[in-house]
Design a protein around this ligand. Sequence first.
Ligand SMILES: C[S@@+](CC[C@H](N)C(=O)[O-])C[C@H]1O[C@@H](n2cnc3c(N)ncnc32)[C@H](O)[C@@H]1O
Length: 225
Amino acid sequence: MSQGLLLSDGELEQSSVVANNTMNRERGLSGVNSYARELGFDPVARLRGLERPRWLDLCSGEGLALRAAAALLPAGAVLTGVDLVGPLGARPLPAGVELVTASLATWTPPPGRYDLITCVHGLHYIGDKLALLARVTTWLAPGGLFVAHLDPDSFRLPDGRSAARPLLRALRDAGYGYDARRHLLRHEGATDQPFVFPFTHLGADPDAGPTWTGQPGVGTYVQPR
Ligand SMILES: C[S@@+](CC[C@H](N)C(=O)[O-])C[C@H]1O[C@@H](n2cnc3c(N)ncnc32)[C@H](O)[C@@H]1O
């Protein structure tokens, strides 16, 4: 891929890899096609015991996991999903659940931090992934957890080689842990300021090919600083 053909986040959102209606947007909370299965833990168990738990789900798809969680958590729980594409199915929204239609390239949360932030198979479609990973830890409550699927090989150097090694080093320096078996990135605890990653974002490649999931993903080109 030549750098001249890389897309901005705005252009990427119009591309067929992101506007792809065959994506799995219907994971539930538990069971075979679920958040519990993909994350390796039960999000509701993580939130149980908190008086007014707050869960933010990035790239929430149809919001099925949040909808199911609403029935299991105390009244007063805040369950917010954000997705570029609003819910396609006409389902009623339980109290406490809000599904925001917005791009994570530009969305910022309202005041109030979150006990849990998830991004289940969503980062694959984001262009400037590091801009989001820099900001998201400032949205966590003290002791809060952020967890997201990540394919480190989707990060590319200007010559097209994988940037996975320097990327993982920089993520560790920012306090992130990476579980390579589950392809899960995780950050426990809040930060006051966004982390400054030692990379410049060059643009996104919508034709990068499949991630480890077999589904097409977006290549993120970076220049180490
Ligand atoms: C594979 S689906 C996963 C949906 C949900 N997490 C699930 O597991 O059911 C990926 C989602 O990312 C959303 N997405 C892609 N680019 C986005 C962006 N820039 N901002 C917000 N959501 C985005 C897509 O609309 C899609 O719903």
